[in-house]
Write a protein that binds this ligand. Structure first.
Ligand SMILES: [Zn+2]
Length: 306
């Protein structure tokens, strides 16, 4: 009897041990970089079939710049959808939003709708583009350069862009992966924004961007969607680069009205960001599954103006 009870308990423990694990990460507080690094590694270790951990490089001050790929597609050239946070180091809600989305995808990996997306796409998740800014609680990098003004755009040739290592790591990732869509998390208002940021001219794919942003904003119960220029004009943003250079359907998700909302609101902020991200994946999948959808390609006009 005793040994049979022991065997049963052992079996239960083995089953628990073998279960795909969502590492417990509570969003009732913000996480430091040691916790983030441990979380990313543990998710990869516990789910080796679908979660792949990679260090893209080191920041200016030597901090790890890490990324996870989550996928059930064995083809390394499968289309990728890329989420990043923390271009601006003080926008800590954007870091946590990516962590929450990782947690969600791992936990829900066998839910049929998520399983379908993971079989089709490589989901790339980079919690921190700018870990030095995160550590120092700065919007910029450690030298005062704003990473989200450092990308090439139709107004800014490559030779004037990519002054900092952190944006060069993003550039190299985008060259290596076939990224069809991307969301850059920021925090400081509640809005979903799309290219262009540098000009009031509508992009060739404005209707697609408008539709994508509308789907996400509706899910996140946000009223504000706009071409980014009409929020305010900038030059050198990630979404302009991603769209211009790689034909990526790239959006900015502004997830909360404050850069770092009070910890007791973080749960709600991250939950909503996860819902918006799933809605984005589904909307992108719908567009890419529809042969009538315009292909996201570099336009002749944009090339000519480089
Ligand atoms: Zn920002």
């Amino acid at each position: 009897m005793k040994s049979s009870l022991f065997r049963s308990l052992s079996a239960v423990l083995v089953v628990i041990w073998l279960m795909p694990s969502a590492w417990a990460l509570d969003f009732n507080r913000y996480h430091d970089q040691d916790e983030i690094a441990a979380f990313l590694r543990t998710e990869a270790t516990n789910n080796p079939d679908i979660v792949h951990f990679e260090i893209l490089g080191k920041s200016q001050q030597g901090r790890e710049v890490a990324i996870l790929a989550i996928t059930k597609n064995p083809n390394p050239e499968a289309p990728a959808i890329y989420f990043n946070g923390t271009h601006h180091g003080n926008e800590r809600a954007s870091t946590e939003a990516v962590l929450a989305f990782i947690s969600f995808l791992v936990r829900e990996q066998n839910t049929p709708s998520i399983d379908k997306l993971l079989r089709r796409y490589r989901i790339l998740l980079q919690p921190m583009v700018n870990p030095d800014g995160h550590a120092l609680n700065l919007r910029t990098d450690s030298r005062g350069i704003d990473p989200n003004r450092d990308y090439a755009t139709p107004n800014k040739p490559e030779r004037d862009a990519f002054q900092i290592i952190e944006t060069r790591l993003v550039r190299d990732l985008m060259i290596k992966e076939k990224i069809v869509a991307s969301a850059a998390f920021h925090s400081g208002l509640e809005a979903v924004l799309w290219p262009w940021c540098h000009t009031p001219t509508l992009s060739q794919h404005d209707p697609v961007f408008r539709s994508l942003a509308g789907s996400v904003a509706k899910t996140m119960q946000m009223n504000r969607t706009s071409q980014s220029f009409y929020d305010y004009q900038t030059d050198g943003e990630f979404i302009d680069y991603a769209y211009m250079r790689h034909g990526t359907y790239a959006l900015t998700f502004e997830v909360a009205t404050e850069a770092t909302p009070p910890a007791n609101r973080l749960q709600a902020v991250t939950r909503r960001a996860v819902q918006g991200s799933i809605s984005f994946l589904r909307a992108v999948d719908d567009i890419l599954s529809n042969s009538q959808a315009p292909a996201p390609i570099l336009t002749g006009d944009v090339q000519a103006s480089l």
